[in-house]
Design a protein around this ligand. Sequence first.
Ligand SMILES: CC(C)(COP(=O)(O)OP(=O)(O)OC[C@H]1O[C@@H](n2cnc3c(N)ncnc32)[C@H](O)[C@@H]1OP(=O)(O)O)[C@@H](O)C(=O)NCCC(=O)NCCS
Length: 157
Amino acid sequence: MFKARWARRTDAARVKVFFEASMELEELPGEPGAFPRSWKESFRPGRAFRFCVVEDDERRVVGSCTIHDHFSTYRGRPIVGVEDVFVEESARGRGAGRTLLAFAERHAKSLSAARLELHVRDDNEARRLYERFGFETLPYYWMQKPLRPVKRAPRPA
Ligand SMILES: CC(C)(COP(=O)(O)OP(=O)(O)OC[C@H]1O[C@@H](n2cnc3c(N)ncnc32)[C@H](O)[C@@H]1OP(=O)(O)O)[C@@H](O)C(=O)NCCC(=O)NCCS
């Protein structure tokens, strides 16, 4: 039996491995050093997302995802996004991924959210898991305009 819970600060080392592995699978460029910033942000009061982990029977963390609180202006209700879903290879195919999704859904329901949403590459087998869980594919393009970080002038000493 797998169990999902919100990540604690002590999960950092395990989650870093999963997060960086999931980043490597994406073709969208990740930024080196993103994890420490994202991890720190996820514990800031008022943050828009948190990390969630899934544990096996021995309470070993075997996977993680991020859960993002958004808002649908059309629905006038929150939306919950699930991203960075990753389960270590040896634990796959036994329901850990589904357990992360179910946790996100419980969180969404607790907010009376209008829907769960996620992004997945069209050639990723994970689509089967998402479809069986109830996700539908939408006829939209996912567009982006990459921006460079703003360089700030150093503060005067
Ligand atoms: C996608 C992923 C999180 C699923 O985790 P999981 O614990 O195996 O998921 P579950 O056991 O709940 O569900 C298994 C389903 O996941 C899908 N799946 C995708 N890749 C898989 C893999 N390598 N091994 C097993 N199942 C996989 C299948 O649809 C499988 O369904 P099936 O049992 O009918 O074959 C996991 O395979 C993974 O971490 N993959 C690499 C990272 C990734 O692609 N993440 C998704 C980014 S959007």
